[in-house]
Design a protein around this ligand. Sequence first.
Ligand SMILES: Nc1nc2c(ncn2[C@@H]2O[C@H](COP(=O)(O)OP(=O)(O)OP(=O)(O)O)[C@@H](O)[C@H]2O)c(=O)[nH]1
Ligand SMILES: [Mg+2]
Ligand SMILES: [Zn+2]
Ligand SMILES: [Zn+2]
Length: 388
Amino acid sequence: MSKILCPFCFEKTEVSQLEYRCSYTRCSGKREDVILAQAQGLLSPTIEGLVFTPTKKGLGRLFGKSNQLEKCPNCNKETSIKVCPKCHYNLKYLSGEIEEKMIAIMGGRSSSKSTYISVLVNRLQNEIGKNFKAGVMFTDDKSRTIYEEIFRKPIFVREEILQATVSSTVDSRAKTPMILRVTFDNNGQRKAVNLVLFDTAGEDMEDIDIMSSEARYLCEADGIIFILDPLQIETVRQLVKEDLPDRLESADPNRIVERLYELHEQKLKIKAGKKIEKPIAFTLSKSDALFPFIEADSVLHHSGEHFGYLNLPDVESVHTEICTYLEEWMGSAFDNKVKTYFNCYRYFAMSPLGKNPINGKIEGLSPLRIEDPLLWLFSQFQFIQGRK
Ligand SMILES: Nc1nc2c(ncn2[C@@H]2O[C@H](COP(=O)(O)OP(=O)(O)OP(=O)(O)O)[C@@H](O)[C@H]2O)c(=O)[nH]1
Ligand SMILES: [Mg+2]
Ligand SMILES: [Zn+2]
Ligand SMILES: [Zn+2]
């Protein structure tokens, strides 16, 4: 029988054990939802539709079918809204019948994680969607609102850089996933997947205890995009002549990689010496800042050209080139560490803005190589094909 993983509290529940929430606006059974408020860290509970356990075990429920309507015991109106019994998170769109992949975006403070997500989702909806005949939509209003207000409007409408993401110990929004339904059309065969995206506050990557209590999705994730900020690498800082943000000792990628491994060891009981199998895309961000001193014929200058399939030779060229640069800039310690801990990884490079913002303003957005890490993960999940 299929189980659904709640993307908010990570409780796994059998479809037949899910609870329902009445969605009839005039139902008199509405009440303060204390469970939801506690899970979301709200100061006072909000009034929400009644949550109930369906009594009648319909045939559909017995067979684990989840697209079923259930009658509210108070008003008798039908509802299709399923919620997680533990935290009351709305699971309406996670039916257990559509494949689901969780992707976490992690990296040190100010490495450009949130900016990346903003541009990535926009490209998914436009260029990537077109090249892969993929339809993209948000599965719920919450995801759409978070994307619009926190990610899209500042960058695409106001042309400003984003605020630093607030630690999830302070604001539960950092723990709230954005869920996108991506529908691929493969020669007439449609395949739908739910893409659950998590942003992280770089601040929360600096302490293993916070990572383990606040960023559980790092362990549950099916794939990780690990963003590396080149402007935090000492050698690169000497090469870049412009004004630089402060060096953040605690955001050292070496330390974050170690913590990520430690976390898997702790939570998933990975035996010492065993490698992590999930695909991890180590992605150098702000590649525009490197342009003045990398080779003129570097592959980083142009796009990856993935038209309907993953361009494998391009992925390998980027991987080799970044590997060489990282060794030049940081010595072989980082790559050695990655090799020791992870079995399935590639190096990528991208630039969400395409240039350095001036006084917090973005002048002419020109993103580069945004989709490469995501498409590589998609190919690892076998949603798309790679081609030589
Ligand atoms: N040169 C260059 N700078 C960038 C680019 N994208 C982001 N930045 C800079 O990096 C800063 C941080 O970006 P964010 O997306 O807020 O970084 P974050 O990783 O989400 O940071 P936290 O939320 O604090 O963990 C921005 O304010 C920009 O100044 C880019 O494509 N090129
Ligand atoms: Mg952020
Ligand atoms: Zn839950
Ligand atoms: Zn009702």
